[in-house]
Write a protein that binds this ligand. Structure first.
Ligand code: SAM
Length: 216
């Protein structure tokens, strides 16, 4: 798809594709209308920015496939006044989508350069409700816990206990778990009695590296 002709048309086509694939949450679809994905990739990849594919962002990392970003955002069932923790800032695109319809997004990236680039990008775009940290997201962000929602955008071997502990009762975590190459996307709902688990389907994410994730 060549967005040099018209990014608005390319974006609308992507939104139609997301609808066709089953995304129904209008807040999520509207967020995709508002966040220009081509500004989150290298200029050489502008033409592919509205294809439904993951794209490289450097350091062996990726901006996730739009459908997966939309699906995970929809599964979070966000409400306006909620606090979200995202592990794996990457390009900052997922954080920008979530920031459209939540109170505050706390996002952690282990790669300093990626995190800094995303921070500058989102600040220059005017986002004031995203808080950034460089570090190991598998340890969570105790200072701001508990979180209403947690989204992990890298593949973990298991659900880090630290993240479960930092999820509020009544809260939800979306996380891919499995081996280093293939994972299953899962929903964990935290109740007074413990965690309730639902599996969504197979996904492919880069590995979550850290104390409660994979070794480097
Ligand atoms: N959400 C991102 C976006 O919208 O562009 C895509 C995330 S990319 C698939 C996964 C990111 O997780 C990479 O940038 C990687 O460096 C980061 N990551 C891996 N392990 C991490 C950890 N323990 N803490 C924080 N970030 C981590």
């Amino acid at each position: 798809m060549n967005i040099n002709l018209n990014p608005d048309i390319a974006r609308e086509r992507l939104i139609k594709k997301l609808r066709d694939k089953g995304i129904t949450d209008e807040h999520v679809l509207e967020a995709f209308r508002k966040v220009p994905r081509h500004l989150f990739v290298d200029g050489a990849m502008y033409a592919q920015a509205y294809d439904d594919n993951a794209l490289p962002i450097g350091f062996g990392q990726t901006i996730s496939q739009p459908y997966i970003v939309a699906l995970m955002s929809e599964l979070l069932e966000l409400k306006k006044d909620e606090k979200i923790l995202e592990i794996g800032t990457g390009s900052g695109f997922q954080a920008a989508i979530l920031a459209q319809f939540s109170r505050r997004v706390y996002t952690i990236e282990r790669n300093r350069e990626l995190g800094e680039t995303a921070r500058k990008r989102l600040r220059s775009m005017g986002y004031e409700n995203i808080v950034f940290k460089t570090g190991d997201g598998t340890c969570g962000w105790a200072q701001f816990a508990p979180f209403n929602k947690i989204i992990v955008t890298a593949g973990a071997p298991v659900v880090p206990q630290t993240l479960s502990d930092q999820l509020a009762i009544g809260g939800r975590m979306i996380i891919p778990t499995g081996d280093r190459k293939n994972q299953c996307l899962s929903i964990y709902d935290k109740t007074e009695q413990g965690m309730e688990y639902h599996s969504v389907g197979d996904v492919v994410f880069v590995p979550l590296i850290g104390e409660h994730g994979w070794e480097k």
